[in-house]
Design a protein around this ligand. Structure first.
Ligand SMILES: Cc1cc2nc3c(=O)[nH]c(=O)nc-3n(C[C@H](O)[C@H](O)[C@H](O)COP(=O)(O)OP(=O)(O)OC[C@H]3O[C@@H](n4cnc5c(N)ncnc54)[C@H](O)[C@@H]3O)c2cc1C
Length: 536
């Protein structure tokens, strides 16, 4: 008989672990998942584009209910687990639904922190964590005009941007005098503020909230200095706390989070934990990159292969506000042992700072042009000695002995474990493998098979460059003898050769010169021609 695995938390970390487990040991367990949200599994980080009206809920679903059925997983959605009985090895939900386990995986995520001020429970005061919160905000945006977002961090700014896109007048209130102080230095934070102000966002900072005021519903927010702001909606985005009450009540050792070792095992060897609810080597995380790594290691141990250790994650940050590019990683402020390499082009709105110690990157902040973020991040993570490239490093990877194939060279130089798509935790190696093994050719193919570039889209140019690099460069594995598509009898190689030889400059010119069979081509050949015209 199969062992029973019960997962508490149908969110990003829990289900990613199940996905990894299904890859390595699909038959190992009978799996039951409890989730207190009433849906399948969705990409939480994409709630920001949903609020901004750039995506719809059905576009951010990662695994719909059919996926659970297809994989023989029992999903108890909309059911909150309220008790873990470690002696009987059983969990029970609020409505009485129960399940026995041989192994238990806790993935309960985090809870938004609510400021302990009077009026914090009034109607119209919301947090930003799940689909229900987004629905509440969208409803408030239809009926009200003024929103106050408390918190000038990543989440607060994404909420503020979304509400502005929904037509509200938004004021961001922040306790510090610079925005995103945990990710940005002062120059980058000031550029960000200026940029957001130009778009119509208002700021009140530094300001400390004293009370939310209203009769039945929120009407105003009052601050310690006596200032008041009218508000039809108040969003509290002032931080998160690991969701550990359930584990703690079951006697599982917790500090700030559920304490796990390098195999993601808690102090009870039958119980594992992943995601934002855990504390590993003293650290709790609030981003997705760590949970992708945790999921791999945890699945491996649940599969009883017993290899793989989680050693912690170096994280980087982006802001998902369309048109604003910022990137931050590592020790971006520096200290008395580090030095700074800085590039600033105020009129183009570009700022780059690398914090360096002994010729190794310790941290980076970029604003305006972040295309080299992944490269700097790799150099930092790998501890690469940059003395040879120091003179040009601030101009980006494309300037290091390259002649026109910048993006392709950049992806070619990346190691296989470089993360390309942060939203879905997809590395270069995964994409290359999918392109070569499954003979993928278009961006859509890559999206469908790997999920890379299918969420916020900020990695699309990297994925395209990777596609061009792999498909255009290695025909031992690409389908080099097949015609490019049904619109021509010519192979990829022949088309590329003709583009080069005849110096063709655009798609109609190629189609005419190579006697295309269709007037406008098809998505497959148009995408291919686009790459070749760019890169040949
Ligand atoms: C709006 C928003 C934008 C974000 N943007 C980014 C970003 O750009 N980049 C980034 O890296 N990270 C981002 N994050 C953070 C990222 O979403 C989290 O790191 C990630 O979702 C954590 O995954 P998790 O599984 O630990 O928690 P969750 O995804 O929250 O999953 C936990 C699940 O467990 C359920 N649960 C809790 N207790 C119980 C119980 N007792 N019984 C049953 N179910 C339970 C919860 O309802 C939830 O569904 C963002 C978060 C938000 C809210």
């Amino acid at each position: 008989m199969k062992e029973k695995l019960v997962v508490i938390g149908n969110g990003m970390a829990g289900i990613r672990t199940v996905e990894e487990l299904l890859k390595v040991a699909p038959e190992a367990y009978d799996i039951t998942v409890f989730g207190d949200e009433p849906y399948g599994n969705y990409n939480r980080i994409m709630l920001s584009p949903v609020l901004a009206g750039e995506k719809r809920i059905n576009e951010i679903m990662l695994n719909d209910e059919q996926w659970y059925a297809d994989n023989g997983i029992t999903l108890h959605k909309g059911r909150k687990v309220v008790k873990i009985d470690r002696v009987k090895r059983k969990v029970a939900a609020e409505d009485g639904t129960a399940a026995d386990y041989d192994r238990l995986l806790i993935a309960t995520g985090s809870r938004p922190f609510i400021l302990p001020v009077p009026g914090n429970d009034l109607d119209g005061v919301v947090t930003f964590r799940d689909i229900q919160d987004v629905d509440r905000m969208l409803e408030a945006a239809q009926n009200g005009k003024h929103a106050v977002v408390i918190g000038g961090g990543l989440l607060g700014l994404e909420a503020a941007n979304g509400l502005m896109q929904q037509g509200m007048s938004v004021t961001v209130v922040h306790i510090m005098d610079t925005l995103m102080e945990r990710q940005l230095d002062r120059p980058a934070a000031e550029m960000l503020r200026k940029n957001l102000e130009e778009r119509g966002m208002n700021f009140l900072m530094p300001a400390e909230t004293e009370a939310v005021v209203g009769k039945d519903r929120v009407e105003k927010v009052r601050f310690k200095d006596g200032t008041e702001l009218y508000a039809d909606l108040v969003v509290m985005a002032v931080g998160i706390r690991p969701n550990i009450d359930l584990a703690r009540e079951a006697g599982i050792h917790c500090e700030r989070g559920i304490v796990v070792n390098d195999t993601l095992q808690t102090f009870d060897p039958r119980i594992y934990a992943v995601g934002e609810c855990v504390q590993h080597r003293g650290i709790t995380y609030g981003l997705v990159a760590p949970l992708f790594e945790m999921a791999k290691v945890c699945a491996n141990h649940l599969a009883q292969y017993g290899i793989g250790r989680y050693g912690g994650t170096v994280t980087s940050t982006k802001l998902k506000v369309t048109g604003i590019d910022l990137f931050s990683a590592g020790n971006f402020l520096g200290d008395d042992k580090t030095e700074e390499l800085v590039f600033q082009d105020a009129s183009r709105g570009v700022y780059r700072k690398l914090v360096v110690q002994d010729n190794r990157i310790e941290g980076a902040v970029m604003y305006g042009d972040t295309i080299d973020g992944a490269w700097y991040f790799d150099l930092m993570r790998d501890g690469t000695d940059i003395s040879e490239m120091r003179e040009h490093i601030l101009f980006g990877q494309a300037h290091l002995g390259d002649s026109g194939h910048g993006e392709q060279n950049r992806v070619a130089a990346m190691s296989d474990d470089t993360e390309i798509c942060g939203c879905n935790g997809v590395c270069k190696g995964d994409i290359v493998k999918a392109i070569t093994e499954k003979k993928l050719f278009t961006l859509e193919d890559v999206r469908a098979h790997t999920k890379a570039s299918s969420s916020c889209g900020s990695c699309t140019s990297l994925v395209e460059a990777l596609l061009a690099h792999v498909v255009g460069g290695d025909y031992s594995t690409a389908p080099h003898l097949k015609p490019l598509c049904g619109c021509t009898d010519k192979t990829h190689d022949e088309v590329r050769e003709q583009i080069r030889r005849q110096e063709l400059k655009n798609i109609p010119a190629v189609m005419q010169a190579l006697e295309w069979k269709t007037p406008d081509g098809c998505p497959k050949c148009r995408t291919a021609l686009n790459y070749y015209l760019l890169y040949e």
